[in-house]
Write a protein that binds this ligand. Structure first.
Ligand SMILES: [Zn+2]
Ligand SMILES: [Zn+2]
Length: 644
């Protein structure tokens, strides 16, 4: 036995006998207060169990259970504990697939004939609680892959066997808890007693390895937190998210529908949704016009050869729908708008003096998504990108990026998003374009962010193969992040399409191309907007800004006259003149989240006025229809910062 030295981040170092576990070493090195929260340890940068024996000089960094990494370990361990509970309850012949931690929770996939139901959740939770009380340790064993395959074959765990057969290492680690042995890299909680706050959430079907040709498994979802307080907060947030679910609100507010006879992932916009979309599109177009963009329209299909030139067929083919033949020439639906904009560029010769060229289009594209991945408006098969392509000279790149970010943040702010996370992704290993170009472009992106005074996170090597990019994730009212905006420099397409312009030296040069989407797609963005506002849209984008409610039939004709007047004054107005109780009509308008209710009774009829009730219940003093229209237009202007 020799000695090793163990160092902790503050520099404290001590010598121990080789073979001491990380946990034992920490007992000497850190306070009991820290140890109480230490769930695992980073040994020379790699997260491992506290029970791991140290055999070389080590730098140990305690992983706190309430840190991001600690929570990951907690949740992943909870998945093991859930699997053990399920097998104890429903029989060890249930086969297990995989059980990772995910954002805010964990899941485990089970192969079991009988379906799990929400009624089973309480049983599983109780059994998990027993396991927690039993303080069952996670015991790690290493064995040659061949032995592990034999072991799991004996148990009939075919999924584990399949995974093992693909592993290239010589040995793997198994973890045993009670009589449940799982193939796993670890690390885990020292024992089950660390799991203090958990909850089963739902069950869903899931294909083995996400492939529809494979067996359908049952995925049990759960969540776990460091303490009960955090768990409670998260469950309340889930409840709130459920209320805001855009699929549910989309139906209740009659915004959109998805129907089997049309096809999954294809959105039908109902009148109210279509109007909402029109308002968003109009604002988008106007704002782009003000920022020096020109609008394009392009078709939905193009010759297959175009997609060969662009490289989409080679690199993106599996997301494209198969071709159709027209006059013996193959055509395909577009997955992207870029080659069309390049086509327009190539319809003329260009000089450096014309740059920058800023072209935008609300372009509808079609991409294949697995049925299982489709989700309301958020993941669809046909969608309209708020696309733009900027062509410029290298010396204009930084300014253009700055302008794009400026417009991006302005539009997001108008829609009510002023919190975001920004990521700058740099050159990946596989890439096209010279290193000089990459460096210059990355620097331009960086400088634009700095000039704008924006904090960003660097994602080294995460750029697209054709250029560096900036991604902006917006935060909604529940603090959830949504990836919407992306700004990408492209060295690839200008090369492939041999694009050029005449420089001030009289020579031909290749322009820089920037792809950019602010909202991502209208479908996705409207989905996010519905959840962000819980369906109560700001006045400027509310499909129905006001609804007229008469108190009795005596005001019928006056109400009709007010309706006509306000329609002519461009108010998006509807009327509910049914012979129903006023309270009933108010409740219905409330459910449709209409900003203003216009109540008309005898007094209003006599005075030629209207009384306004806001959707929050507040009443405004009587005013004339003209005054109301002016108020609405003023408020919309304030919301959008527009003068129309
Ligand atoms: Zn594990
Ligand atoms: Zn593009």
């Amino acid at each position: 036995m020799g000695n090793i030295s163990v160092t902790i981040p503050d520099g404290t170092s001590q010598t121990f006998e080789k073979g001491i576990t990380a946990g034992e070493a920490l007992k000497e090195l850190v306070s009991s207060k820290i140890r109480k929260k230490t769930v695992a340890v980073k040994n020379n940068g790699v997260a491992v169990d506290l029970s791991v024996p140290l055999v070389i000089d080590s730098v140990l960094e305690p992983v706190a259970i309430d840190s991001d990494e600690g929570l990951d370990i907690l949740r992943h361990s909870a998945a093991h504990i859930m699997a053990l509970a399920v097998r104890q309850l429903f029989g060890s012949d249930i086969k297990v697939a995989i059980g990772p931690s995910i954002e805010n929770g964990f899941y485990y996939d089970f192969d079991r004939d009988e379906p799990f139901t929400p009624d089973d959740f309480e049983k599983i939770e109780n059994k998990m609680a027993d396991i927690v009380t039993g303080r069952l340790p996670f015991e790690r064993k290493e064995m040659p892959v061949r032995d592990a395959i034999e072991f799991f074959e004996r148990q009939g765990e075919k999924y584990k066997v399949e995974l093992l057969k693909e592993i290239e290492a010589d040995t793997v680690s198994l973890y045993q808890q009670g009589d449940f042995v799982d193939l796993c890299r670890g690390p885990h909680l020292p024992d089950s007693s660390w799991l203090k706050a958990f909850k089963m959430l739902r069950v869903a079907g899931s294909y083995w390895r996400g492939d529809e040709k494979n067996a359908m498994l049952q995925r049990l979802y759960g969540t776990a937190f460091y303490d009960k307080k955090d768990l409670k907060k998260y469950l309340a947030q889930l409840e709130e998210a459920k209320k805001r679910d855009h699929r549910r609100l989309g139906k209740e507010l009659a915004l959109f529908t998805i129907q089997d006879q049309i096809g999954p992932g294809l959105i039908l916009w109902q009148p109210r949704g279509a109007l909402l979309r029109k308002l968003i599109e109009d604002y988008w177009k106007d704002e782009h016009y003000r920022h020096g963009y020109e609008l394009l329209y392009t078709p939905h299909i193009a010759r297959q050869d175009l997609w060969k030139t662009s490289g989409h067929l080679d690199f993106y083919g599996e997301n494209m729908y198969s071709g159709m033949e027209i006059d013996e020439v193959k055509y395909q639906l577009k997955p992207m708008n870029c080659p069309f904009h390049i086509g327009i560029y190539q319809s003329n010769k260009h000089s450096y003096r014309e740059f920058p060229i800023r072209w935008c289009e609300l372009g509808t594209v079609y991409r294949y998504e697995r049925t299982g991945a489709l989700h309301g408006l958020l993941r669809v098969r046909g969608f309209t990108q708020d696309d733009a392509h900027i062509f410029c000279r290298p010396d204009q790149l930084e300014d253009e990026i700055f302008n794009i970010i400026d417009l991006n943040l302005l539009i997001l702010k108008t829609f009510g998003f002023d919190q975001y996370d920004i990521y700058l992704s740099t050159r990946p290993e596989k890439h096209v374009g010279s290193d000089d170009h990459w460096e210059a472009a990355t620097e331009a992106l960086k400088q634009a962010l700095v000039k704008k005074g924006l904090d960003y996170e660097l994602d080294p090597g995460e750029g697209v193969f054709y250029g560096p990019k900036i991604d902006i994730k917006i935060k909604d009212q529940l603090g959830r992040s949504w990836q919407c905006s992306t700004i990408q420099v492209d060295f690839n397409l200008p090369e492939r399409f041999e694009m050029s312009y005449t420089g001030d030296d009289g020579q031909e040069h290749q322009p820089i191309m920037i792809h950019r989407a602010l909202m991502g797609s209208l479908e996705r963005f409207v989905g996010v907007l519905i959840e962000h506002y819980a369906g109560a849209f700001p006045l400027w984008m509310a499909p129905e800004q006001a609804r007229i409610l008469n108190i009795t039939d005596d005001q019928y004709h006056y109400s009709e006259a007010v309706y006509d007047r306000l329609r002519k004054l461009n108010i998006r107005i509807e009327k509910d003149l049914r012979n129903e109780k006023l309270n009933y009509k108010i409740r219905e308008a409330q459910l449709m989240k209409i900003p203003y209710m216009i109540i008309i009774g005898e007094r209003e009829k006599e005075d030629g006025t209207i009384t306004i009730r806001k959707r929050n219940g507040e009443n405004l003093p009587p005013m004339t229809p003209q005054e109301f229209a002016e108020m609405v237009s003023r408020e919309c202007q304030e919301e959008t910062g527009l003068s129309n």
